[in-house]
Design a protein around this ligand. Sequence first.
Ligand code: NAP
Ligand code: MG
Length: 486
Amino acid sequence: MEVRKIMESMEYGPAPESRENADKWLDKFDRKLKIFIANEWRDSETYFDSIEPGTGKVLTQIAAASDKDVEDAIQAAKGAQQSWADLGGHGRARYLYAIARQIQKHQRLFSVLESLDNGKPIRESRDIDIPLVARHFYHHAGWAQLMDEKLKDYQPLGVIGAIVPWNFPLLIFSWKVAPALAMGSTLAIKPAKLTSVTALLFAEICKNVGLPSGVINIVPGSGRTVGEYIVNHPDIAKVTFTGSTEVGKHIRKSIAGSGKKSTMELGGKSPYIVFEDADIDSAIEGLVDAIWFNQGQVCCAGSRLLIQENIAKDFIEMLKQRMSKLRVGNPLDKAIDIGAVVDKNQFNTIDHYVKIGEDEGGSKFQPTISCPDEGFYYPPTLFTDISPADTLAQEEIFGPILVSMTFRTPEEAVKLANNSRYGLAASIWTENLNLALDIAPKVKSGVIWVNSTNLFDAAAGFGGYKESGFGREGGIEGLYDFVKPK
Ligand code: NAP
Ligand code: MG
């Protein structure tokens, strides 16, 4: 047979990344991961299951921290804080560089564990999440050194309480931990109950590089117990929270008048605006990143497609064809585009919103592509015939659901974009940069991407307007959120 015919007839099977080392690492702890306080692993009377969304099976058990454990974690952080600050920027940078280097060294183990625990495609954890984590520590190591002199006019905040969501478990963790450490604070950290595994591998790495005892403490458990205890503790100087707007509001009420600082990275319903003169192929490819990256469980997901009316019909047709080529499957398969959503609850929430969309008269499109039988897989979904006031146009779904609406003029595009209680991010697609630069300041969001989407960098402050929160993570603004002027 000719080579060409062989190639054409070839069916690509799955290309799974090996999970052997991840399984070995979990087995080292007999699949009972422990609490990390003052560089020691601590047992618990209660363990909870961490599920693998790709299969629905238990990945490992994790020790739940009691009030006493959280108290000890905060006291360990308090006890370590002055000597950590006294090390100075150059002294602290040495540890941050060492941590960054270790993350790179164990990049594959981190990536596989993250995909097993969260359900995200291995290509994303391997090429995006974990490299950005390393980048975040390198970047902040640099700032610790550069700020050494400057910091004489500032003081570290003290003990930071960090509360982390499940969608980017180690990345958002590092957005909080790296700047806090660089600026001389110590931490008590609560990972999300659904995804605590990589935070505990991180703890092991800190121990291995000789990070002084008490500088980081990790207390797994639920928001209602561990989270509340951290938020309400008088020795916490700042709460850095990423999660839902609802819980963010609750935390702000709890700390009102306490003198605690806070940073809130909350929900979003970000517009993805396509003008008639956009490079359509790139805009379609961008949409795949905007709404199907991490199964749409992204705070800044481009979940509202706003498209200029005269190109809408053709654009939607091309989009549907592209959607039909997306591959949904095992998160460890290097050939898939979309993995599993984080758990059964999230699956049900997404499905519930899809039913609301149908009830409210939206037209639903789901390509006929196969999803695995076991695990929590949701097909990519598009709603057209949606009006701006509909539930699906207003509420954050946090899943692979795109809603589309049309506009005629740039003014109308801006108005539609701003018709939201959120203001986290926006993407603008046009070949006319004057137009992009004209409307960018008018769109009320903390982040704007032009002819691109979902790009993150440690040097650019990330955060929202309106109910998407306040404070910035990354960039120079992010550093000043971790110090107080003296
Ligand atoms: P969530 O329910 O608000 O949970 C976030 C974290 O807060 C979890 O660790 C959770 O603990 C904890 N928590 C819950 N109740 C608490 C309480 N009363 N006191 C203290 N902590 C408490 O949000 P999620 O469902 O994990 O994440 C999805 C949401 O996060 C979406 O709305 C998304 O937009 C937002 N998000 C925003 C950004 C951003 O940068 N703006 C980034 C990612 C996600 P458990 O472990 O018990 O759940
Ligand atoms: Mg899990």
